[in-house]
Design a protein around this ligand. Structure first.
Ligand code: SF4
Length: 215
């Protein structure tokens, strides 16, 4: 049987299409698209919105005690806890970073670092400012040791996080870069919605969290 011959034009067209589909499917391309999308996300410098936390107990004199992590900060009215993102307002504890990540990226899952969970896939990664540690070697100190008033924060409610992870073909959503315990309410709501869409949640943590928070 005679082999079908391609003209020079057909050959170049097929090569071009092949390269295009390869590029679109590549993790690098999707990371670039995410970076582009990130530049188009709504956000602003400073606080975007706040949310009352269920993880506190009121104390006499208008003080509150945060129950999220073992520091169990006792916080006076108008003051914040050690992590600087949880504030006593009128005898209630508010999260100042709910739905307002300052970092949004698509990373290889190996960077989390996970080597045995869905290897070769991408992870939709978010972080807010703040941390309950002050490690001298922290590589993300510009956000972990910062207050939300001094970072650019995106408006990204949980349903939007899950939708973006789906849009970019990420089978996991990672709460990472700082200690996610300090934005636990946000991370929890994202995880509930993600599970409904068969997306796994990754929690990149120092483990400094109260056991009752996890129950
Ligand atoms: S999460 Fe923040 S405010 Fe709450 S106990 Fe820990 S350091 Fe204190």
């Amino acid at each position: 049987m005679e082999a079908a011959m391609l003209s020079r034009r057909e050959f170049l067209t097929k090569c071009g299409k092949g390269f295009f589909y390869l590029a679109v499917a590549s993790p690098l391309f999707r990371q670039e698209v995410c970076a582009y999308q990130q530049r188009r996300l709504e956000g602003k410098w400073g606080l975007v919105e706040t949310k009352v936390s269920p993880y506190f107990q009121p104390l006499p004199g208008g003080e509150v005690q945060c129950l999220l992590c073992p520091r169990e900060c006792v916080i006076s009215p108008g003051e914040r806890g050690y992590c600087e993102v949880r504030e006593n307002r009128g005898g209630k504890l508010y999260s100042l970073v709910y739905g307002n990540p300052c970092a949004v990226h698509i990373d290889p899952i190996e960077k989390k670092p996970f080597f045995h969970v869905l290897p070769g896939t991408l992870s939709f990664s978010i972080a807010t400012t703040g941390c309950n540690f002050e490690c001298k070697f922290c590589q993300n100190w510009e956000i972990s040791q910062e207050v939300p008033e001094r970072t650019f924060n995106f408006h990204l409610p949980p349903e939007r996080v899950v939708q973006m992870a789906k849009d970019y073909g990420c089978p996991t959503i990672a709460s990472t870069y700082v200690e996610p315990t300090i934005f636990f309410e946000y991370m929890y709501d994202v995880s509930i919605l993600a599970k409904r869409k068969a997306i796994l949640s990754i929690y990149h943590s120092n483990g400094f969290i109260n056991p009752q928070t996890l129950r």
